[in-house]
Design a protein around this ligand. Structure first.
Ligand SMILES: NC(=O)c1ccc[n+]([C@@H]2O[C@H](COP(=O)([O-])OP(=O)(O)OC[C@H]3O[C@@H](n4cnc5c(N)ncnc54)[C@H](OP(=O)(O)O)[C@@H]3O)[C@@H](O)[C@H]2O)c1
Ligand code: FES
Length: 375
């Protein structure tokens, strides 16, 4: 099947071209650098000759309100006109979850206009609305930065890996047109401020994330529903921490003694997934293993879920005093042995896991993978 991927050199486009080509399709990667300009129309008719499906994963080079509207309206009109002339059987477009409820944003107004043109056209279509890509999270932080502060609303947020989006798009591309819209989101729900704080912490970025309900997200005020997909959405498989490439990370906190680290590859290779070397976690330090935080405090080792129950603050980056850990985001405190909330704003206790020590090896008495799934 001949498939034209418009925006075939972009983040999603290049991965999609590789996947579809690997599946044996005749794929054309079309974008300005291959001589196809969807805005001026240059090269379009030639690229579409003999095509059964056109996938539009292009994006505007400018996010300025008027420019982005002009881009999506003009390119979509040109594509649909050329597809009708070439008897293309299926137009597939990638859009954003929540376009219709975020019309204060110039970018999302333009995506909404793109969707409207597709629905009104004579070409059978499928629209896939994705939540924000993991790859886009730092762009959100940068766009919300003023000085050293990042102000974002503390709303639910369910980003998805570009690889999961590509898999979902390729499935739609090779199926029959839906003449409708489907959604895809990530497998986990976070809060926008909490997730940004975690990413900055991982990258030792000194900017401070401030939760501000009135802070605008690309021009739009958000509510609890704005960025999350509906119940029928397909969910990706790749978890955010997996994507970050973070499996075990010692706490880097001046108030704690630093953990020594995760050991050499050879040493770790002898440990099971739920085991650690006690020497790696000196008294007063924390070891992050997947989504479980292992604390070495007076009285021995204990383990809790690594994320605060308020808004998923990274407890492994908090401070510890005796048996009390303080969340770095909004200051909630928990007893690390019992998980009990000692101070709000958190209301729910932490999940806790027993830790046993056998000589030099400590063991979380719950396989970490299971702990992660039930957390
Ligand atoms: N970022 C997110 O979190 C997110 C979430 C949901 C949906 N989406 C949607 O996903 C789509 C793809 O995003 P992406 O991040 O993969 O985009 P991207 O990496 O910015 O790639 C944009 C692509 O568009 C091409 N392009 C730009 N102007 C063009 C023109 N006039 N004619 C033809 N091609 C043109 C670019 O290639 P050339 O420069 O060679 O032309 C490039 O291949 C977008 O429509 C976006 O709205 C994004
Ligand atoms: S995320 Fe708010 S107190 Fe922990």
């Amino acid at each position: 099947m001949r498939i034209v991927v418009v925006g075939g050199s972009g983040l999603i486009g290049s991965k999609l071209v590789t996947m579809l080509t690997g599946d044996g399709h005749d794929v054309v990667a079309a974008s300005r650098r291959s001589g196809v300009d969807a805005v001026t129309g240059e090269g379009l008719a030639g690229a579409l000759r003999g095509a059964s499906v056109v996938v539009d994963v292009s994006n505007s080079p400018s996010f300025e309100d008027a420019a982005v509207m002009k881009f999506f309206k003009t390119s979509t009109h040109n594509l649909l006109t050329a597809e009708a002339a070439a008897s293309v059987r299926h137009h597939v477009a990638l859009s954003v979850v929540g376009t219709g409820r975020l019309l204060q944003s110039g970018y999302l107004r333009a995506k909404f206009a793109q969707e409207k043109l597709i629905k009104e056209s004579s070409v059978p279509y499928s629209i896939i609305q994705a939540t924000q890509f993991f790859e886009f999270v730092t762009t959100i932080a940068d766009a919300a930065t003023r000085g050293t502060a990042i102000r974002v609303p503390p709303v639910p947020f369910q980003p998805v890996a570009a690889d999961d989006v590509v898999r979902a798009v390729s499935k739609i591309v090779t199926g029959a047109p839906l003449n409708g819209t489907v959604e895809i989101g990530g497998p986990e729900r976070f809060y926008l401020d909490g997730l940004l704080q975690r990413v900055l912490g991982t990258r030792h970025d000194p900017r401070e994330v401030i939760a501000d309900s009135h802070a605008r997200y690309f021009g739009a005020e958000l509510n609890e529903r704005s960025l999350v997909p509906g119940d029928e959405a397909e969910l990706g498989e790749i978890r955010f921490d997996q994507w970050l490439g973070r499996t075990a990370q010692p706490i880097a906190n001046p108030n704690l003694q630093p953990a020594v680290g995760a050991g050499t590859g050879r040493e770790r290779a002898t440990l099971k997934e739920n085991e650690f070397r006690v020497g790696e976690v000196p008294p007063g330090s924390v070891l992050l293993m997947g989504d479980v935080a292992i604390f070495s405090v007076e009285g021995g080792f204990c383990a809790t879920q690594a994320m605060c129950t308020h808004r998923q603050g990274p407890l492994s980056e908090g401070t510890i005093d005796g048996s009390t850990v303080t969340c770095p985001l909004h200051g909630a405190q928990f007893n690390v042995w019992t998980g009990a909330v000692l101070r709000g704003p958190a209301k729910e206790p932490l999940k806790t896991y027993a830790v046993t020590v056998d000589g030099e090896v400590g063991r979380v008495e719950f396989p970490v993978a299971d702990a992660v799934q039930s957390a």
